[in-house]
Write a protein that binds this ligand. Structure first.
Ligand code: C2E
Ligand code: CA
Ligand code: CA
Length: 527
C-alpha cells in the first residue's frame, strides 16, 4: 500500500468545506464591512443604502461561483491522480514480472543460466571461491519420448525441488541451465571431500523414484565438478570444466560424479584431434596400402601381397593399424578406409605382372553387411582389376555376428573367383563348422605358432595342415622370420604348407619399393 492510499478519506470534503466557509466569510465581510470602507478610502462614489437582500444575493453568487471553480478542477485533478496511480501500478507489476523472468527459469522457478553466470562472474571478479556441480539427467529423453513433454516438465520440476533441498542443506544455490541440465553452485570454499559427499548424495537422491505419476524406469544423474581454486578462473571456463567432468561420467556409464581433471581433458582433446585427423586422412586417401609379399612353397617365389594399412604422418613417422584401426572402427570409417585402400592397391597392382595377387583384410562389420559383395565387385570392375587376382582375409570374429549373411556374402564372392582366407587361424574360435560350411579357400596359421621357443606348437601346425588337406583348403604360414632359418621354411614345405609370409620374405613396404618383386624382368627368389 502506498501513502496515497492510506490518506484520510474525509480530508478533501473537509478542505472543501473550509475553503467554502472562507469564501462565505470573506464575501460577508466584504459586503457588510469592507466594501464601504475600501470605496471610501479610494474616494470612489459609494451607495451605502444597498438592501441587505442585495448583499446576501451577492454573497450567494460569489459562493456559488467559487464552489464551481473549486469543484471542477478538484474532480479533474482527482481523476488525473487516480489514472497516474494505476499506470504506475501496472508499470511496477510489469517490471517485477520482467525481473522474475530474467532471473528465474519459468518452469522450475530456479535461478536461470544468465543469473548463474553473473553470480559466478561477480564472485570470481572479487577473487572469491566458486565450485560448480553440473548435473545432467540420465535417460531423461526417454521420459519425453515415452510419456510426452508435459510429463517431462513434471519430472523436471520435481528434480528442481530436490536440488533446491540439497542446495539449502549445503549452503548452495540450485540453478537450471536449460533442458535437463542443472547446476549446484557453491560460493564458499568447500573441501574436495565435502563436495564429493554432496555429489554422491545428489546422485543418490536424484535417482530415487519420483512421486509424480510418471515413473521412468531408470532416471538418474551424472555430475561434473569444477572448482575455481584449482581448475579455472573465469565463469565460462569453470562451466566448461564441469561439463568435461560430466561428459567423462556419461562415458563411464552414468549415474556417477567426477571432478575435473586436466590430464583427462588433454587426452580427450588429443583423441578428438586424432579423430578429426583420421576423418580427413580417410577422405584424402592419406591412409595408404603397404604390401607384404606372400611366397609359394617350396619355390619361395612371390605370388602376391597382403595389403596392410599405414598412415604416414607429417613428422615422417608411419602409424601402424593398431594406432588407428580401433578409432576408425568406432567412427564407422572402416568401410571408407577399405574402399580407399582397394582403390590405391588395385591401381598399384595393375602396373605389376598380372600373376601377382592382392590379399585385403576385411573387417567383421563389412563381411556381415549384405551390400558388401556387390560393392566390392563393382569397385573391382571400376578399377579393371581381375576378380581372380583378389583375395579377402576375414577373421573368425566376423563369422560370429551374423553367420548366415557372412555365408551368403562369401559364397557370392567365391562364385566370382574371389578367394577367401581365414586369418589368424588357431587363436580364435576355430570352429570346424565355419571351415566346412563357408566358402573358405585358405587358412592363415597365426604367427603366434611360430614364435621363438614355441617348437611344441609344431605338432599343432602339423594337425592344422592335415585337416586343411582333408578339407581341400590351402594354408599360409604367417610370421616366418629370419631366425627360423634354415629349418622352418623347408619343414613347412615338406609338411604340405602352400604359402609363407613373414619378415624373412619381406616387411610391409609402400608400392614404390616393390619393383624387384613385381616386374618379372627383376623377379627374384626371395629368401
Ligand atoms: P594381420 O592381418 O594378421 O596382418 C599381419 C600382421 O603381422 C601385420 O601387422 C604384419 O606387419 C605383421 N607381420 C608380418 N610378418 C611378420 C613377421 O614375420 N613377424 C612379426 N612379428 N610380424 C609380422 P600390421 O600391419 O601391424 O597389421 C596388424 C593387423 O591390423 C593386421 O593383422 C590386420 O588384422 C589389421 N589390419 C591391417 N591392415 C588392415 C586393413 O586394411 N583393414 C583391416 N580391416 N584390418 C587391417
Ligand atoms: Ca591379414
Ligand atoms: Ca594374420
Amino acid at each position: 500500500m502506498t501513502d496515497l492510499h492510506r490518506r484520510n478519506p474525509y480530508r478533501l470534503p473537509v478542505l472543501l468545506l473550509i475553503a467554502l466557509s472562507t469564501v462565505v466569510g470573506l464575501s460577508i465581510l466584504w459586503e457588510f464591512r469592507l466594501e464601504a470602507w475600501v470605496m471610501h478610502w479610494l474616494a470612489l462614489p459609494y451607495d451605502a443604502d444597498f438592501e441587505d437582500a442585495e448583499r446576501w444575493r451577492f454573497v450567494l453568487t460569489a459562493t456559488g461561483f467559487s464552489l464551481i471553480s473549486m469543484l471542477i478542477p478538484t474532480i479533474m485533478l482527482r481523476r488525473l491522480i487516480a489514472n497516474t496511480r494505476s499506470s504506475y501500478r501496472r508499470l511496477k507489476q510489469a517490471q517485477a514480472k520482467t525481473e522474475t523472468l530474467a532471473t528465474y527459469d519459468s518452469l522450475s522457478g530456479l535461478i536461470n543460466r544468465r543469473i548463474f553466470m553473473e553470480m559466478v562472474r561477480n564472485q570470481l571478479g572479487l577473487k572469491r571461491p566458486a565450485a560448480v556441480m553440473l548435473i545432467d539427467l540420465d535417460h531423461f529423453k526417454a521420459v519425453n519420448d515415452q510419456h510426452g513433454h508435459a510429463a517431462g516438465d513434471i519430472v523436471l520440476v520435481e528434480i528442481a525441488r530436490r536440488l533446491e533441498a540439497i542446495a539449502d542443506d549445503n549452503g548452495g544455490v540450485a540453478v537450471r541451465l536449460g533442458g535437463d541440465e542443472f547446476c549446484l553452485l557453491f560460493l564458499k570454499f568447500k573441501h574436495q571431500t565435502e563436495l564429493g559427499q554432496i555429489a554422491e548424495a545428489a546422485v543418490f537422491q536424484l535417482s530415487a523414484p519420483l512421486s509424480s505419476a510418471v515413473e521412468p524406469s531408470a532416471l538418474g544423474a551424472t555430475i561434473g565438478i569444477s572448482r575455481s581454486w584449482t581448475d579455472a578462473q573465469d565463469a565460462s571456463a569453470l562451466l566448461h570444466c564441469a561439463d568435461t567432468a560430466m561428459y567423462r561420467g556419461k562415458k563411464d556409464g552414468r549415474s556417477t560424479y567426477n571432478f575435473y581433471d586436466s590430464e583427462y581433458e588433454k587426452q580427450r582433446r588429443a583423441q578428438a584431434d586424432l579423430e578429426l585427423a583420421l576423418r580427413r586422412a580417410v577422405e584424402a586417401d592419406e591412409i595408404v596400402p603397404f604390401f607384404q609379399p606372400i611366397v609359394a612353397l617350396p619355390s619361395q617365389e612371390v605370388v602376391g601381397f597382403e595389403v596392410l594399412a599405414r598412415w604416414p604422418k607429417p613428422d615422417g613417422s608411419t602409424a601402424a593399424p593398431a594406432d588407428f584401426i580401433p578409432v576408425l572402427e568406432r567412427l564407422g570409417l572402416i568401410p571408407a578406409m577399405t574402399r580407399s585402400l582397394i582403390k590405391q592397391a588395385c591401381r598399384a597392382a595393375n602396373r605389376w605382372d598380372d600373376h601377382l595377387r592382392l590379399s585385403m583384410n576385411v573387417s567383421a562389420g563389412m563381411v556381415t553387411d549384405a551390400l558388401f559383395p556387390d560393392q566390392l565387385l563393382e569397385q573391382l570392375r571400376q578399377e579393371h582389376f581381375a576378380f581372380h587376382r583378389f583375395e579377402v582375409e576375414i577373421t573368425e570374429e566376423a563369422l560370429v555376428g551374423n553367420l548366415e549373411v557372412a555365408r551368403q556374402n562369401l559364397s557370392k564372392l567365391h562364385e566370382h573367383g574371389i578367394t577367401v582366407a581365414l586369418d589368424d587361424f588357431g587363436i580364435g574360435y576355430s570352429s570346424l563348422y565355419h571351415l566346412t560350411r563357408l566358402s573358405i579357400d585358405k587358412i592363415k596359421i597365426d604367427r603366434s605358432f611360430f614364435e621363438p621357443g614355441q617348437t611344441d606348437h609344431l605338432p599343432m601346425v602339423e594337425a592344422i595342415l592335415g585337416m586343411a588337406r582333408s578339407l581341400k583348403m590351402q594354408v599360409t604360414a604367417e610370421g616366418v622370420e629370419e631366425f627360423h632359418l634354415p629349418h622352418l621354411p623347408s619343414w613347412l614345405a615338406n609338411s604340405g604348407c602352400n604359402y609363407a609370409q613373414g619378415y624373412l620374405y619381406g616387411r610391409p613396404k609402400p608400392a614404390s619399393s616393390l619393383f624387384c618383386y613385381t616386374h618379372s624382368s627383376f623377379a627374384q627368389q626371395a629368401g
